[in-house]
Ligand binder design. Structure first.
Ligand SMILES: *[C@@H]1O[C@H](CO)[C@@H](O)[C@H](O)[C@H]1NC(C)=O
Ligand SMILES: *[C@@H]1O[C@H](CO)[C@@H](O)[C@H](O)[C@H]1NC(C)=O
Ligand SMILES: *[C@@H]1O[C@H](CO)[C@@H](O)[C@H](O)[C@H]1NC(C)=O
Ligand SMILES: *[C@@H]1O[C@H](CO)[C@@H](O)[C@H](O)[C@H]1NC(C)=O
Ligand SMILES: *[C@@H]1O[C@H](CO)[C@@H](O)[C@H](O)[C@H]1NC(C)=O
Ligand SMILES: *[C@@H]1O[C@H](CO)[C@@H](O)[C@H](O)[C@H]1NC(C)=O
Ligand SMILES: *[C@@H]1O[C@H](CO)[C@@H](O)[C@H](O)[C@H]1NC(C)=O
Ligand SMILES: *[C@@H]1O[C@H](CO)[C@@H](O)[C@H](O)[C@H]1NC(C)=O
Length: 308
């Protein structure tokens, strides 16, 4: 009886919690959040006037273009208005879309800083903001988005350093930050990102030695840090943990020293790209042991020796 009773209580309290959350907000909350976004876009001129016409209060929010509602609660769970030539800054009301799981605003011309109210989107799993003109320092409140799995901020104007709190996103699988102005090093806390598969931070201003603690994340499949200012050597331990790595791109940095033969421990590598550095010495024979390697890019270094 104890067990059943406990189970009942648990279910009851879950229902209670759900009702509790729902009584604070409803679909009208979602509507006003989207209208706030629409009005910002209209204010900064929406060239195609698609949303100005389609996002009309005469129809349900769930029928609006780019909006998806959940089947049960009929609350907005996804917003996808990518690639619509939209402009404007993002209103704080977006943080009221409390059922949102997926937000895709990529390939527009949104600008300004991310409103910190976005930290309230605790159900968010997918956040795609790439190819816009968003900026400011990368916010530390990203750490509140505990469920986030994919974060894309590529091709924007974000600056500052990577906030250690990103490591709070314990489910994070891919992080795309290419083409911003991010500086400093990758914080040590990133070693806690045990689900991370894809780390792409090309063309930024990362500096300091290779962030080896990040190379300790054994789930990683792709590491791409092209065209930063990383310096120092490729240490012997570089591939110790990276048994799933298929892509390693460190070209266009300031790496020195020799290529370690232990690179062959990254046995799943399909691409090894280290061009445009200051590497010298022989190309280790062990590279020949990378049996699935398809692309080897080493040009513009001081390497010598024959290829096996
Ligand atoms: C949403 O809640 C507000 C205030 O709590 C209420 O006035 C409104 O009628 C509700 N809307 C719907 C669609 O239930
Ligand atoms: C808005 O767009 C959606 C999807 O394209 C369409 O189904 C709906 O009828 C449109 N609503 C209005 C009011 O134009
Ligand atoms: C958003 O829509 C575009 C165009 O229809 C599509 O390519 C993209 O995959 C969608 N994004 C998400 C997160 O589903
Ligand atoms: C939505 O967000 C704004 C700004 O963050 C806030 O002032 C407002 O009270 C929130 N709640 C609702 C129900 O719109
Ligand atoms: C990170 O997570 C911890 C524990 O869940 C929480 O106490 C802390 O406030 C979070 N930090 C940020 C910046 O989100
Ligand atoms: C991203 O930005 C880079 C340089 O800032 C530019 O060369 C590239 O074309 C951009 N990519 C897209 C898809 O806009
Ligand atoms: C990598 O992980 C190993 C074993 O977990 C640990 O001993 C080592 O200190 C870590 N290296 C870095 C640079 O964090
Ligand atoms: C290549 O792999 C073979 C078999 O695993 C091993 O015996 C050999 O030492 C390796 N060669 C180098 C240069 O690491």
């Amino acid at each position: 009886m104890g067990k059943i009773h406990y189970f009942f209580l648990l279910k009851f309290s879950m229902v209670f919690l759900a009702v509790g959350a729902a009584s604070n907000s409803n679909i009208t909350t979602d509507q006003s959040a989207l209208l706030a976004l629409r009005d910002r876009m209209i204010a900064s001129s929406e060239p195609q006037e698609i949303l100005a016409k389609n996002w009309s209060v005469t129809s349900s929010v769930c029928d609006w273009m780019g909006v998806t509602c959940g089947p049960r609660h009929r609350r907005v769970t996804a917003l996808n208005i990518s690639n619509m030539k939209l402009t404007g800054d993002l209103p704080p009301q977006l943080g009221n879309l409390s059922f949102l799981v997926s937000l895709d605003l990529s390939s527009n011309n949104f600008h300004g800083e991310l409103p910190r109210e976005l930290a309230h989107l605790r159900r968010l799993r997918y956040l795609y903001l790439g190819i816009n003109n968003l900026g400011g320092e990368l916010p530390s409140w990203f750490g509140y988005l505990h469920k986030l799995q994919q974060l894309t901020l590529s091709n924007n104007s974000f600056s500052g350093s990577l906030p250690p709190s990103i490591s709070n996103m314990s489910k994070l699988e891919s992080l795309w930050l290419t083409d911003n102005s991010i500086e400093g090093t990758i914080p040590i806390e990133f070693q806690n990102l045990h689900s991370l598969k894809i780390l792409i931070i090309d063309r930024n201003q990362l500096s300091g030695p290779l962030p080896l603690h990040t190379f300790n994340i054994s789930s990683l499949q792709i590491i791409s840090l092209f065209q930063n200012s990383l310096s120092g050597i490729l240490p012997d331990t570089i591939c110790h943990a990276l048994h799933k790595l298929t892509y390693l791109g460190l070209g266009g940095n300031n790496l020195i020293g020799q290529m370690p033969s232990t690179l062959s421990e990254c046995s799943m590598l399909q691409t090894l790209a280290l061009p445009l550095n200051y590497l010298r010495g022989p190309i280790p024979k062990a590279i020949g042991n990378l049996t699935v390697l398809e692309t080897l890019a080493l040009e513009s270094n001081n390497l010598r020796g024959k290829m096996y």
